[in-house]
Write a protein of this length. Structure first.
Length: 297
């Protein structure tokens, strides 16, 4: 299997830009050229990477997983080719759970201890990934349970709401904004703003909120929700996060409501039509209980 750098570049451009047109603009080539590179790549890796849904080009579950490997290994094309082979031949043999970082501790960690404990008859694999990756893995029955940030896509999922809250601005207790009743995008123009990654639904909503301002913050840092909390507690800037992430991080910060209000929801998602698994029902119930009363036991 021999990949060409231009094929990988086209694939990365489509995944990042969200479509052929934007990818072609980014690569400064024609749309047919990008389409041809993608078709050639699909022939080489022997996988369908994109499907057309109406006017949209939607990445397949394999494309999402391949993209993750490409981003990790793109300097070594031989390694990328091997990753494609591994993805295509992957078979799920154990009970697999995918979770966003914010829900691992204490919620998933505590729920597994309480529900499964010392039961040796339940093999588990627990992956910590971003929500987009988890949604696609659930779609393909690669995960038996996904714990994700909320999204409009939940309408077509077998989803259970775990908890909802609004976004907050996290900062040190002595920060100049710590006495505010609310924090708006305009208040943050002279601050380093700590933002969740671009695959987070919260980030998408924050980008929309900041887009209406004539100016943008003088400095930003993009990282995980938990790192936003840690860096905010260390005085590195103002983190735009949610209460669940703050509790998960155990960060000692002042949390001020952010406006415009942005709802942050967490869901447990299961493959549509999948057989019910009692232990997963128990895990979900335990997590909902902990999150609803904001317990950190």
């Amino acid at each position: 299997m021999k990949l060409k750098p231009r094929q990988v570049e086209a694939f990365r451009a489509v995944m990042m830009a969200g479509g052929i047109t934007a990818a072609a603009d980014a690569m400064n080539v024609t749309q047919p050229a990008v389409s041809r590179l993608i078709r050639d790549l699909e022939d080489i890796v022997q996988m369908t990477l994109f499907e057309r849904v109406g006017a949209r080009l939607v990445p397949t579950a394999e494309a999402t997983q391949f993209y993750r490997e490409v981003e990790r290994l793109y300097l070594g094309l031989d390694q990328i080719a091997q990753a494609a082979d591994d993805i295509r031949l992957h078979k799920n043999t154990v009970l697999r759970i995918g979770s966003v970082t914010s829900l691992v501790r204490p919620y998933l960690h505590r729920a597994i201890i309480d529900v499964i404990g010392d039961r040796l008859d339940i093999p588990l694999v627990i992956d910590v990934e971003n929500s987009r990756y988890i949604w696609d893995m659930v779609d393909q029955n690669r995960y038996d349970l996904g714990l994700v940030f909320g999204s409009p896509r939940m309408a077509d999922k077998n989803a259970v709401l775990l908890h909802s809250s609004n976004a907050v601005a996290a900062m040190t207790m002595d920060h100049r904004l710590a006495s505010r009743h609310v924090v708006t995008p305009n208040d943050l123009l002279d601050e380093r703003v700590l933002l969740p990654g671009r695959n987070s639904p919260l980030r998408l909503a924050l980008d929309r909120a900041f887009s209406i301002e004539e100016q943008q913050p003088i400095s930003t840092m993009e990282t995980s929700m938990l790192n936003c909390c840690y860096f905010a507690a260390a005085g590195m800037g103002v983190g735009l996060v949610d209460q669940t992430s703050l509790r998960s991080a155990g960060a000692q910060v002042m949390a001020i409501p952010f406006e415009p209000k942005i709802e942050v929801s967490y869901y447990a998602v299961r493959p549509v039509g999948a057989q019910r698994i009692a232990v997963l029902d128990e895990l979900i119930a335990r997590m909902r209980s902990m999150m609803s009363v904001e317990e950190l036991t």
